[in-house]
Structures are given as C-alpha cells and as structure tokens.
Design a protein around this ligand. Structure first.
Ligand SMILES: *Cc1c(COP(=O)(O)O)cnc(C)c1O
Length: 429
C-alpha cells in the first residue's frame, strides 16, 4: 500500500517510510492510496475469529508485504495482549472499555503497534530513531510504555512540570531504559512548541527525529480494531450499531469511519467533544473555524484544531452530504460531564471517567432522536487517572489497579529544562 500526502497527491510513500517519518515532506498527513475491501463472509462469521485473527485481517492490506505475515502476526499479538470488554450500562447501551492496557489508556494499542513496526523497520538498517513527544499527560505514558525496551529507538518525553497527575508522572519518569523524561518549566503549549521547533531545526537533521502522535499512520490505523471487536461482541443483538467516540484530535473516530469504509457494518458514528467544539460547529454550519483552546476536565480532548479531521473529509471525498449521513457531532460542558459521572454511578452503578462521560452524553443525545440502535460509547481512560473530577464528584476513593502498583513504588527520574536551547543541547549530546 502506498500513502499520499493530503497536501499534494503526487507525494507518495510506502507504509515503512510513512511510519518512520510520520508526516510527508510537505507537512501533509499521509492517507492510503486506496481503500481495501474486506470479504463479506469474514464479517458475517466474525464471531469465529480471535481478536488477533481479526486484527491481522484488517491491517494486512494496509501494509502489504512490507512486514512478513509471521512478524506482523507477532506484532498484532503483542499489541493486543489485554481485553476489550463491552459492559452493559443500560438496556441497549454499552461501554466499550479500551483502558485495560498497561497505561490504562486506549492509546496503548496505537503506541504498542507503532513501536513494534518501527522496531522491525530499523532492525535491518541498524538505524537509530529518536521519538520526541510533548504530552499533557496520557499520550506520553502510552508512548513510553509502548516503546519501553524496544531496540533502536530512544524516547524523549517533554512534559509540563507540576501539571500532570501523580500516576501520569510516574508513567513518564520511572520507567528508565530507553525512556527519558524532560521536565519543562512551563505549560503543555511550551512543551509542544519545543517539539515543533526541534522537528523544523536544520541543525538536528542528522538525528532521525520522529513524533508518535496520531498523525502517524502506524498509530492511527490499528485503532480500527476496536470497532471490529465491538461488532463481534454485540452483533447478536440484531439492531444496527451507533458508536459514540469521545474525540480530541479525531484520530480514533477517523479510524472507526475507515473501519466502516473497508466493510464493517456500523450504522452511525457520533463524535462527542467537550466545549472545544470546532467540529460540532462545522457539522452545523459547514464552516471550519477553530477558536482558542479551553481547558476542561476531559483534558485529553482539549484540542480546538483536530489534526485528523482533514482525513475524515478525505474519506468522504470532501462531500459534506455523504459525511453528515454517517457522522453526528455534539459538545458538552464540564458541569454536564460531572453530572453524568454522578448519574452513571448512582443510577447504573457504572464508574466513568470524564472522557467516557462525554461519549455517553453524545450517544444519549443521538439516541433520544434515533432510538432503534444498540448504542456504544467508548471508555477511553480508567477513572482512577482522574481523581480530581471523579473521586471528588462521587466522594469515593477508587482503588489503584494492581498492575500499576509496582510502577508507583519506583523512583521518579527526570531532566529539568527551561528552554529550547537546553533541549537542543541534549539532543546533540
Ligand atoms: C487521546 C484521548 C482521547 C481523544 O482521542 P483522539 O483520537 O485524539 O480523538 C479521548 N480520551 C482519552 C482518554 C485520550 O487519551
């Protein structure tokens, strides 16, 4: 499979080159040159296949022969080494829990898949790659854990000092090995600016710097798997499925829409956002107008200019009439989010995190007008990661999962930096 740049269809790259560089030379996002079609028999009999078998079938056409099947199979197996349960919350309303991976965030799947692909691609060339990521919390942890111990790859994580939770900080700073945490005296925006500057810096050309955000196709595409897993689990209910995705950079929902294009029968998608509502407004007015980013409780979705939205437009041939048939989008405030966390816990005995609560709200709003569906909202992070909102709102203490406890006992280790020049000196070391 070849990928073209969304800025210039003549710029093309292999899966390998697109995965290593992340972004096209003209700064465009990569997009697959053709949309593969899955065999209808496979979809019909999906219950008979394991998650690994499904994922392998789904991803293979996007990679072609660039990774041999037996290695790709191993990559997929390692990527999916945990559960993706659907929990019934109300009659015909389900949560798809994507937070049972090592860092309790759905980004684990993309990060694990990408790290193993890069590991395969660098092996034969004796190449070293440095991954540089700026994080406001969740992404950094998933990337650090996904790349931990992967040979040929160094990971540098920029995070804002004092602005991530205790669990998140341990996930960034206590792993050791090939992971280095750079603690920035500043905000998340400062971290992101430093990373951007490094990617543009001519003097750093000789270092193979790459990013690990959802712009990278190797992180974006494996997110299609979730939608096949939920279909496999809920198809027997016999109703069309509507899936609500709490969205920030719109990578996850774009993967869901891609899953549908290659043959998965999901009837409708809902992109639920917090008050950073550029896309819900676009769906009303067809006018794409990002406004300044607002901080919210669902902070992994505090994005006002979602990078992946351009891929969604491409997927629908830039025809708004086709897009609006398959995608709805709506936005919700922090007070609504808190009230929902409370309602879900008290009335349905379900513990949601702020992102999942936004997803639930989006689903309910859609199903109020379109009741004949089985509705699914994605739960993208474990509630224990958001004590400030969840525990405070409910007045309870959420036990920290056992899998996390060894990490919490480890020592934090970070390098403090104040300016871009300090980052650059470190990279040139
Ligand atoms: C990243 C993230 C999201 C948003 O996903 P996108 O693919 O950026 O839309 C939602 N919830 C959580 C917990 C996240 O970490």
């Amino acid at each position: 499979m070849k990928y073209y740049s969304l800025n210039d269809y003549d710029i093309k790259a292999s899966f390998k080159s697109a995965a290593i560089t992340g972004i096209a030379p003209d700064k465009g996002l990569y997009f697959p040159e053709s949309i593969p079609q899955l065999d209808a028999e496979f979809i019909k009999n999906i219950e008979q296949y394991s998650n690994t078998e499904i994922a392998l079938r789904v991803i293979t056409p996007f990679i072609g022969d660039e990774i041999p099947q037996h290695i790709l199979k191993k990559i997929v197996e390692e990527t999916l080494s945990f559960d993706f349960p659907t929990i019934e919350v109300e009659k015909y309303i389900y949560a798809l829990e994507l937070y049972h991976g090592p860092t309790l965030a759905f980004k684990d799947v993309g990060a694990r898949f990408m790290s193993r692909c890069l590991n395969y691609f660098t092996q034969d060339e004796n190449k070293k790659i440095t991954i540089l990521v700026a994080t406001s919390g969740d992404t950094g942890g998933a990337v650090a854990s996904g790349f931990l111990g992967v040979e040929g790859i160094n990971v540098l994580i920029l995070y804002p000092s004092g602005k991530v939770s205790n669990i998140q900080e341990k996930q960034l700073t206590a792993l050791g090995q090939n992971i280095t945490a750079l603690e920035v005296d500043g905000s998340f925006d400062d971290c992101q600016d430093m990373a951007k500057q490094a990617f543009l810096d001519e003097e750093l050309r000789n270092i193979n710097l790459t990013s690990a955000n959802s712009i990278n196709i190797a992180r974006w595409l494996p997110q299609m798997f979730y939608y096949f897993f939920v279909y496999k689990q809920l198809k027997h209910l016999g109703k069309p499925l509507a899936v609500s995705v709490p969205s920030g950079n719109f990578g996850n929902i774009c993967a869901g829409l891609m899953a549908k294009k290659i043959g998965l029968p999901i009837a409708h998608f809902i992109a639920a956002t917090n008050v950073n509502d550029t896309v819900p407004r676009f769906m009303e007015t067809q006018d794409y107008k990002p406004s300044p980013t607002i901080e919210t409780l669902s902070n992994a979705m505090d994005v006002s200019n979602p990078s992946n939205f351009i891929r969604i437009l491409e997927l629908f041939g830039k025809r708004f009439e086709s897009l609006e048939l398959e995608l709805s989008s709506n936005s919700f405030s922090d007070p609504q989010t808190l009230a929902t966390i409370s309602k879900l816990y008290k009335e349905h005995n379900y513990l949601a995190d702020p992102h999942g609560a936004v997803g639930y709200l989006g689903l309910k709003q859609y199903m109020d007008e379109n009741p004949n569906y089985t509705g699914i909202f994605l739960e993208t992070a474990h509630p224990v990661k958001f004590p400030e909102s969840v525990e405070k709102e409910l007045g309870i203490k959420i036990p920290v999962p056992k899998s996390l406890q060894p990490l919490l006992k480890k020592e934090k280790s970070s390098i403090c930096i104040k300016s871009y020049n300090e980052l650059k000196d470190y990279l040139l070391l």
